[in-house]
Design a protein around this ligand. Sequence first.
Ligand SMILES: Nc1ncnc2c1ncn2[C@@H]1O[C@H](COP(=O)(O)OP(=O)(O)OP(=O)(O)O)[C@@H](O)[C@H]1O
Ligand SMILES: [Mg+2]
Length: 468
Amino acid sequence: MKASRNSLPFRISLIFLLSTLLIEGVLFLLLYHTLLGERVVEEIDRLESRAESHASVLSTSFNAETIGHVARMESETDTKVAITGPDQEILRTSRQFPSVLSGIVDAKAATGVMDETTVLEEDWENEAYLAVRTPIGETAGTRYGYVYMFMPTEIIHGISHRLQLRFIYITAIALVTTILTFILLSRLISRPIQSLKQATERVLTDPDNLQLPTNRVDEIGELARSIESMSTELSRLRKERNQFLSDLSHEIKTPLTYLRGYAEIASKANTPDALKEQSIQTILEESRALTELVENAFQFAQLDENTFLLQREEVDVDTFCADVGRMMSTMFRMTSIQFQHQPTGQKNGLSLSLDRHRMLQVFRSLAHNAIEHSEAKHVTFSSNVTTNELRLTLRDDGKGIPPEDLPHIFDRLYRVEKSRSRQTGGSGLGLAIADQIVHLHDGSLNVQSDKTGTSFTVSLPLLKSTPN
Ligand SMILES: Nc1ncnc2c1ncn2[C@@H]1O[C@H](COP(=O)(O)OP(=O)(O)OP(=O)(O)O)[C@@H](O)[C@H]1O
Ligand SMILES: [Mg+2]
C-alpha cells in the first residue's frame, strides 16, 4: 500500500487524529485542573478543620498529656502535626516527623496572620507538603502556642500521575484507531480509486478490457459506471470517426483520379483541341465537386464536435415560411419540376428561435435532393402548426427511396445509388448535415417514402404555444 502523504486516506486519517487529540487534550486539561484543583482545596480544608479541632482541644487543656495525645493521634495517619509553644518552639511532633517540616515551622514562624488559621503552603506541584497553622486559644491575653499540620502532596501527585497515564493510554488508543482508520480508508477509497485510475488510463488504449468496479453501490460505483459509459461512447465515436475518415478518403480519391486522368489528357500535345476543352471542363467540374465535398465534410465535423455555434434569433413563423417558399420557388424555377407552396392560414403572433441562415440551408438541401434524386414532376411545400411545434413538409411525387435504404439516408456519405455517375454529384452528406442542424434547434427531421414519392418533414419547437 502506498502511504503517500498526499493520499486521501492519509489526509482524512491525519484530520481524524488531530481532531481526536485536540478534543482529548482540551478534556484532559479541563479534567486535570478541575479535578486536582478541587482535590487540593478539599485536602487543605480537611487539614484546616483537623488543625482547628486539635487547637480547640488544646485550648481547653494545654498540657503534656493532651499534647502527647494529639501527637499520637496524628502518628496513625498520613498527616503530620507539630505543636509549638507561643514562641514557635516545637513542643511535640507526631511520629516520624521529617526534619524538613521542622524547617518549615521555623521558616514560616513569623509569616501570615498569627491569630487565626492560616494556609502556609498550598503549592502542591513544587512542595512536598501542604501546610496550615492554627493558633491555640488564649486565656487573659496569653497564647499557648500553635498547631502546625502537614499533608504530603504525594497523594495529589499520585492522582496527577494516574491522570497523565490515562492521557497517554487514550493517545495510544487514538493512534491505533487512526492507523486502523487509515488502513480501512485505504481499502475503501484508495484502492478502488487506484484501480479506477488505472482503468481510465486504459480507456484510450484498451477500452474493451476496463475491469471497473461498476457493481459497487456507492459513489465509486457511480463513477465507475460513468467512466464505463464514457468509454463505450468514446470507442463508438472513435469507430465512427475512423469509418468517416476512410469513407471520406474513398470519396476524395475518386475525383482526384478523374482530375489526374483528365489533366494528363489535356496536357498531351497530340490531344485534339475539342477533347482538351472537354477535359478542362471536366477538371473544373470535378474540382468544384471536390471543394464542395471538403466544405461539407468540414461543416459536418464541426457539427459533430458541437463547436458549431448557432446564431439564433426570434423569427416570425409566417415570415419564415414565406422566405423558405420563395427560396425554393426560385430553385425549382430553373428546373422542369412544378413547385407549389401551400400556405395554410395565418399563424399570427407565433415565432421560432432559430439560426435563419442554417435553417434555410436545410431546406435548400431538401429541395436540391428533390431536384437531383427524385425524378419528380411536382413538388409541394406545406406548413402546419401543432400545439407546440411548426411542421414544414416538402413532398415530391418522384420515384421514392427503396425501403431498405430509407433507414440509412441520414447516415453520412450514404447514397442510394452508390455507383451513381459523377454528374448527379452529391457527397451523401447533405441529409446528415441537415439532420444535425435540425437537432441543434431541438427539432426533428423525418422522412416518409414509397413508390409514389417522398416527403421530408422538419418539426421545430415554437417559442409561444398556440392559443387553444
Ligand atoms: N427526394 C428524394 N428522392 C429520392 N431519393 C432521395 C431524395 N432525397 C435524398 N435521396 C437519396 O438519399 C441520398 C442521401 O442524400 P444526401 O442529401 O444526404 O446526399 P447527396 O444528395 O447524395 O449528396 P449532397 O447532398 O452531400 O450533395 C441521396 O444520395 C439520394 O439517393
Ligand atoms: Mg443532397
